[in-house]
Design a protein around this ligand. Structure first.
Ligand code: ADP
Ligand code: MG
Length: 301
C-alpha cells in the first residue's frame, strides 16, 4: 500500500517508527507536512498538491496532526477523505476530541465516567459554577491546551474565583473541574487500536505536581488495568469515533473517569513502558481495514 503519514516532523519517534515498520511490511511510506499541502476543492476532481505536484495514488493516511495545526491539518485530512483515501482516524473524530468540552459532552451522553465539569461565560455565575463542581480545590483548564499547559489547580475558593475571572476577562474559554485528589498526581494512559486496549501505562507526576504530563517531569510505568478501566477506554474511543486513541483516565473514588481522548497518542513512552511493537499493530490495523469501503462516522456533534 501507499501510506501517507501526516506529520510535520520526520525525526519524531512515532513518525520514524511508523515509517520503519511500514517499509518492513512492504509498504510505500510518505511523510507529509500538512502545512506544505494546498488544495483544489472541486466538485469534479478534488486534489491535494505538494511542492507543485499532485498527491495521488494513496491507499491510506495516518494523521498525526499537532494541536497547533488542528484547523489546517483537519482540512487537509478532509480533502484526502473526499478523494476516497482511508484514514485510520477521520477528521471529524479528531476535531471532536481536540475540543475538550465537546468531547466531554459526547462522553457524558454515553454515560461514561467523567470528572464533574462546569462551563460558563458570565463572571456573575462564577460562585455557582464553583459550587457545581463541589467547591475548591478545583481544576481550571483551557479548552484546547496540551502538555499540561493551561491546567491550573486552584487550592482555595478565592484563588479559583480570581483565576476564573481573569480567564473570562481575557475571553479565553475554560472549563472548571472537580479535582480528583485521590488520583495522587497519576493518570492511566490506555492505547486503543480499533476496539482493543493494546497497552496501558501509568504516568506519575513529579513530586509536588498534580499534572502527570511527561512534559511536566512525569514518569511512565507499566500498569495493569481493571476490566472497568478497559471498557471505559474502549467506549470513550468509540464515542469519539477514533480507531487510534490515547484515552487518559483518572482513578477516582467513583471509578475511572476520562480526562481526555488523544487522537495522536505518542508511541515512545508506551512502547518503552510496555515493550510492545505498537507501530506494527497500527500498520496491521490499516492493512485489515483500508481495503474495506469506509463507513462515514455520523456527524452527531
Ligand atoms: P493536557 O491536555 O494539557 O495534558 P489534561 O486535561 O490532560 O491537559 O491535564 C493535565 C494533567 O493534569 C493530567 O494528565 C492529570 O494528571 C492532571 N489533571 C487534569 N485534570 C484533573 C482533575 N480534574 N483532577 C486531578 N488531576 C487532573
Ligand atoms: Mg493530557
Amino acid at each position: 500500500m501507499k501510506i501517507a503519514i501526516l506529520s510535520r516532523d520526520k525525526t519524531m519517534y512515532s513518525t520514524k517508527r511508523l515509517v520503519e515498520v511500514g517499509i518492513e511490511r512492504g509498504h510505500e511510506m510518505h511523510v507529509i507536512d500538512v502545512l506544505k499541502c494546498y488544495m483544489n476543492i472541486n466538485s469534479r476532481a478534488s486534489s491535494i498538491h505538494f511542492d507543485g505536484e499532485p498527491l495521488i495514488g494513496f491507499d491510506a493516511v495516518i494523521p498525526r496532526i499537532g494541536a497547533s495545526v488542528t484547523f489546517y491539518g483537519t482540512a487537509v485530512l478532509r480533502q484526502f477523505e473526499t478523494m476516497g483515501v482511508y484514514s485510520i482516524n477521520e477528521s471529524v473524530a479528531i476535531s471532536r476530541s481536540r475540543d475538550k468540552l465537546r468531547a466531554l459532552q459526547l462522553l457524558a451522553r454515553k454515560n461514561i465516567g467523567l470528572p464533574i465539569t462546569g462551563f460558563a461565560n458570565k463572571p456573575s455565575d462564577i460562585p455557582d459554577l464553583i459550587d457545581m463542581v463541589g467547591g475548591a480545590p478545583l481544576v481550571i483548564k483551557l479548552l484546547e491546551g496540551t502538555q499540561g499547559i493551561g491546567v491550573v489547580l486552584a487550592e482555595t475558593r478565592t484563588a479559583a474565583e480570581s483565576v476564573i475571572e481573569a480567564f473570562l476577562g481575557l475571553h479565553v474559554n475554560i472549563m472548571v473541574q472537580e479535582y480528583i485528589k485521590e488520583a495522587g498526581g497519576a493518570d492511566i494512559r490506555c492505547f486503543v487500536i480499533g476496539d482493543k486496549v493494546i497497552a496501558a501505562m501509568k504516568r506519575q507526576g513529579k513530586e509536588g505536581e498534580f499534572r502527570s504530563n511527561l512534559h511536566r517531569g512525569g514518569t511512565a510505568s507499566l500498569t495493569r488495568i481493571t476490566p472497568e478501566e478497559r471498557s471505559t477506554a474502549i467506549r470513550a474511543a468509540k464515542t469519539m469515533g477514533l480507531k487510534l486513541a490515547g484515552v487518559y483516565l483518572l482513578r477516582s473514588m467513583h471509578g475511572p473517569v476520562v480526562m481526555e481522548v488523544n487522537s495522536s497518542p505518542g508511541l515512545e513512552g508506551i512502547e518503552a513502558a510496555s515493550n510492545k511493537d505498537i507501530a506494527s499493530a497500527i500498520i496491521e490495523f490499516i492493512e485489515k481495514n483500508a481495503a474495506i469501503k469506509p463507513i462515514r462516522t455520523q456527524s452527531n456533534g
